[in-house]
Design a protein. Structure first.
Length: 181
């Protein structure tokens, strides 16, 4: 996986808890923490950092990953403002993942192995997104989606009727908007 995800984790931890906590997590995970955005790293390293954070914060690993995604999204938009260009809502942004956002990620980070999202309108105003990735980082996708909604000033809820962590072949994120225009 590309180092940009590690950069998001590092920035979020340092911003929310201090640089010393980031160093403590790296020590607990027995990692050196020299992550470059273009570097390729094992998902096992991310798992080790998440496990260390989970133990330090006494939170389930899924909650740690969601937190990082949500708090890290604004940093990603600040660092890569072109990703938000032309988007006026979280729904619009999420719907562009496969056609606009991930191709841009591949331009910025050649060789990036990004997840595939298949979006379906549920017919009730909710958006169902099937998440397919060998890394099984659906909780990061949830957090990033919450961060995206925050970025656009929207209120959402997300449920997961299917999840690879529960033995399903893919994950399904059901996003519901609660804003009233």
């Amino acid at each position: 996986m590309k180092g940009i995800i590690f950069n998001v984790v590092e920035h979020t931890v340092a911003d929310e808890f201090g640089a010393d906590v980031w160093d403590e997590l790296l020590a607990a995970a027995e990692l050196d923490g020299a992550y470059t955005a273009l570097g390729d790293y094992s998902v096992d390293e991310l798992s080790a950092i998440v496990t260390a954070a989970s133990e330090k914060l006494d939170l389930p690993p899924a909650d740690v990953v969601r937190f990082v995604g949500r708090r890290g999204f604004p940093w990603l938009m600040q660092r890569y403002p072109e990703m938000a260009t032309g988007h006026t809502s979280a729904r619009n942004f999420v719907l562009s993942l496969n056609e606009v956002i991930h191709p841009e990620v591949r331009k910025l980070y050649p060789g990036a192995d990004v997840p595939v999202f298949q979006q379906h309108d549920s017919g009730t105003g909710a958006l169902d997104i099937e998440y397919v990735s060998q890394r099984q980082l659906c909780f990061l996708a949830e957090g990033l989606t919450f961060g995206c909604a925050d970025y656009f000033g929207e209120t959402i809820s997300i449920s997961q009727p299917k999840c690879q962590h529960n033995g399903d072949s893919s994950c399904m994120l059901r996003i519901e908007w609660h804003d009233h225009a």
